[in-house]
Design a protein around this ligand. Sequence first.
Ligand code: HEC
Length: 136
Amino acid sequence: MTTTRIPLIAAIVCLPLITACAIFSTEREFDGAQMFMANCASCHGRDATGSVAMGLNLTPPASDLTTISARNGGNFPWNSVLSTIDGFGQGGHNGAMPAFGEGDLGEPVLIERDGASIPVPAGLLALGTYVFSLQK
Ligand code: HEC
C-alpha cells in the first residue's frame, strides 16, 4: 500500500506547484517559428521565400528570407536582420514592412557579440534565430 501511495501523494503535492510556476513565471517563452507564421508569413510566405501574392505585390516586394546569407557573401547579417524586424534605424526604409519593435517583444536577454554583451528582446532574438535557421 505505501508504495502506491507515495507517488500519488507526490503528484497531489507537486502538480499545483508546477502549475503555479507556469502561471507566475516571469520568463516567457518565444517560439520563433510560431511568431513567424503569425506575423510574417502573410508577406514573406510560410516558407519565407516571399512567393505569396501579398509579398509579391508590395513595392519593393517582400524579400526571400532564405537567401539572406547567400546574398551577403555567406554571412548572416544579424545587425541588419534584427534592426529590420525591430524597425530600429530604418529611417530610409520605405518598404511596407511594419516595425515589430513597437509591439511587445519581451524582456531583453544578453547575447555575446564581438566580446560584448548586448541586450536583445527575447522575442526579437527568437525571430532572428528562426530566420537564421532558414538560410539555404
Ligand atoms: C506587410 C508585409 C510584411 C510583413 C508582415 C513582414 N515583412 Fe519583412 N519585409 C517586407 C518587405 C516589403 C521587405 C523588403 C523591403 C524592405 O526592406 O523594405 C521585407 C524585408 C525583410 C527583411 C530583410 C531581408 C533582407 O534581405 O535583408 C527581413 C529580415 C524581414 N523582412 C523579416 C521579417 C520578419 C521576421 C517578419 C515578421 C516578424 C516580417 N518580415 C514581416 C514586408 C513584410
